[in-house]
Design a protein around this ligand. Structure first.
Ligand SMILES: [Zn+2]
Length: 624
């Protein structure tokens, strides 16, 4: 259970607009009265993610995700219910009053909170240390890279003292347990007991999550030490998952949305340089391999990716690897061509930010980048080597998921390689098919994919009535009085218990807070059964009570047909006793009478009109 009172939650929801909230995370487009977006929860090219402002409800017709603003924030940021409510509360300026907490959830949250506190304190302390006399060489190094105090303050750059005792004696004054220091990866436990400090005489750059909390550090060597890497990072912790964190994304989010593009650099200092020079749609991989999770994270904000890696062999390999990951997630990739031996940071120091912007503007499509390099290396002059190279391109082209973009690229690459487009296209399709038939590679770091949940089976008329009962006060009131006919249908039609649940809970249709809270209380299959009916998302008809009457009559008719079919099936069974046959025949007569009554009462409404129905036969062989 949540620790936040229902009143507070309702108050926050009433002060929140779901379109604003979602619009602060992803790009939302208004089309007429409706708001649409590309779904952040599944991969798609055309928007099937809808936001209903009046109902304060989102729903994706592609993957079935739906809910209110709390659900969105919770799913998007992977928060607990309470944390999502608090986040929205802070947005709306409403203080959140907590009640007695759930011990288990609270403990996990407290531990996470302690780790965040620890990182925040360490970042603060190390930043102070940067301005001490002992850290002159660290500041000199920053100066040599063209960074002054402003940058150091802006990015909270720190220095880890050379003498571990200095840090240890500060750490002892802090209110954290030994286990927490180890858990955070700041201390390392020795094999024979005892601990040591992981970093030593290094520049410390805080790594922040998407929301700006310090969750790890990346540490740059200041004195050459062949026994240790130039850069080392915090280890993976409960807070820091390398494959899911991109350096500076917390600052770059907004610009990536407005620029619709993300510039991906290798080094943290490159990203910092760009931001300091006012180029702010920039993130850094920080030397870790680019993963599908990274690409998914970026796809929430960016429409295309610009890669700006070193022009050396390792950088070029990293470019191709990143292309594979980004292309597979549907992000077109352009490559920034840096002069050999330069990175964005060194380039801007020599030539300034304007010159770098120009280099960015001259970025080329990934395949042009690849072909130019092959051409410069003389690979395209030799027919055999050109064939080999074309094969390489084939496997890369086959990664592009969008058929139109892929086709354009095949033609382009075909022309440039003077290869037949038809052969190239065939080869691309063969490769794509072969890749599809291969079992997917096992990614041990990837979170287990949630099983796709199916909606619970529900009769279409029953689900229509559920929608009416949730969205029209008058229809709900009338239906709540029809307990018997509804309950009688339960034996023959699927989904009736859900309708009964609505009519006993009776959420207030005039309050989206009340309706959405009820929907949130349903099981996933129940919720999917409701929201996958397109009529659920329409406004109820003006004459909602008439519509409810008609639908209920249809339910009665459907149930009678089912009942008739069941009797029919029994009568067709061999070896029935005469008494039993008699009883069944009497029931047959009763059902026929009842159906006659229904036929007289039953007027087809618009909703049921489109598919003309066959004339009533008392006992059709098959019912739908
Ligand atoms: Zn979706």
């Amino acid at each position: 259970m949540s620790q936040i009172s229902r009143e507070t939650t309702e108050q926050i929801l009433a002060a929140t607009d779901i379109v604003d909230v979602i619009g602060s995370y992803i790009e939302v487009k208004r089309t007429g009265p409706a708001y649409k977006a590309l779904c952040p929860f599944h991969s798609e090219k055309t928007p099937s993610f809808n936001i209903n402002q009046a109902r304060q409800f989102f729903h994706c017709f592609g993957c079935g995700k739906s809910g209110d603003a709390i659900t969105f924030v919770r799913e998007y940021e992977n928060l607990t219910f309470a944390d999502a409510v608090k986040k929205l509360g802070a947005r709306a300026g409403i203080a959140v009053v907590e009640e007695a907490p759930d011990p288990k959830e609270d403990r996990a949250r407290r531990q996470r909170g302690r780790l965040l506190d620890l990182h925040r304190e360490v970042a603060r302390y190390l930043h102070e240390m940067l301005f001490t006399r002992e850290a002159t060489h660290a500041r000199d190094y920053l100066k040599s890279r063209g960074f002054g105090k402003d940058m150091a303050v802006n990015w909270q750059v720190g220095w880890m003292p050379e003498n571990p005792e200095t840090f240890l004696s500060w750490a002892r004054t802090q209110n954290f347990k030994r286990g927490e220091w180890i858990e955070a990866g700041i201390f390392v436990e020795k094999d024979r007991g005892g601990i040591y400090v992981r970093f030593r005489d290094r520049l410390m750059f805080p790594i922040r999550n998407e929301h700006g909390d310090v969750i790890a550090f990346t540490a740059r060597q200041l004195r050459h030490d062949p026994n240790s890497g130039k850069y080392i990072n915090s280890p993976e912790t409960a807070l820091f998952k390398k494959s899911k964190v991109l350096f500076a994304l917390d600052r770059a989010r907004k610009s990536i949305l407005t620029e619709q593009a993300v510039l991906i650099c290798e080094g943290q200092l490159d990203a910092i340089s760009c931001h300091e020079q006012g180029i702010t749609h920039v993130i850094a991989t920080g030397g870790t391999a680019f993963t599908p999770d990274h690409a998914k994270l970026l796809r929430r904000y960016a429409k295309k990716a610009l890669l700006c890696f070193d022009a050396d062999k390792a950088g070029i390999e990293a470019t191709e690897k990143a292309f594979r990951v980004l292309a597979a997630e549907g992000l077109p990739v352009r490559v920034v061509r840096m002069p050999a031996g330069e990175d964005p940071d060194s380039f801007m120091q020599k030539h300034g930010a304007e010159a770098f912007r120009e280099v960015l503007g001259n970025a080329v499509d990934f395949f042009d980048f690849k072909i130019d390099r092959a051409s410069a290396a003389g690979l395209l002059a030799d027919p055999q080597q050109r064939l080999e190279f074309a094969k390489e391109c084939t496997s890369l082209l086959s990664l592009i998921p969008d058929a139109v973009i892929r086709e354009g690229m095949i033609q382009h690459v075909g022309t440039r390689l003077k290869a037949g487009t038809i052969e190239l296209r065939d080869a691309v399709f063969r490769t794509a098919r072969a890749a599809k038939n291969k079992p997917p590679p096992i990614d041990r770091n990837a979170a287990p994919q949630p099983e796709k949940i199916e909606g619970m089976p529900i009769d279409s008329t029953v689900s229509y009535l559920c929608g009416l009962a949730l969205h029209s006060g008058a229809a709900q009131e009338w239906l709540a009085e029809q307990f018997e006919p509804i309950h009688e249908a339960a034996e023959f039609l699927e989904g009736v218990p859900l309708l009964e649940e609505i009519l006993s809970a009776r959420p207030d249709p005039t309050s989206h807070v009340s309706v959405n809270a009820f929907i949130a209380s349903l099981s996933e299959p129940q919720r999917l059964a409701l929201t996958s009916d397109p009529t659920f998302h329409d406004d109820p008809p003006e004459n909602a009570v008439t519509a409810a009457e008609e639908a209920l009559a249809e339910i009665g008719a459907k149930a009678l047909h089912q009942r008739g079919a069941a009797i029919d099936a029994r009568l067709n069974q061999p070896g029935l006793q005469p008494g039993e046959i008699n009883r069944l025949l009497n029931e047959t007569k009763l059902v026929a009478e009842l159906l006659k009554g229904v036929r007289q009462r039953f007027v087809f409404s618009d909703r049921f009109a489109p598919k003309p129905k066959p004339p009533f036969k008392p006992f059709p062989r098959k019912t739908h």
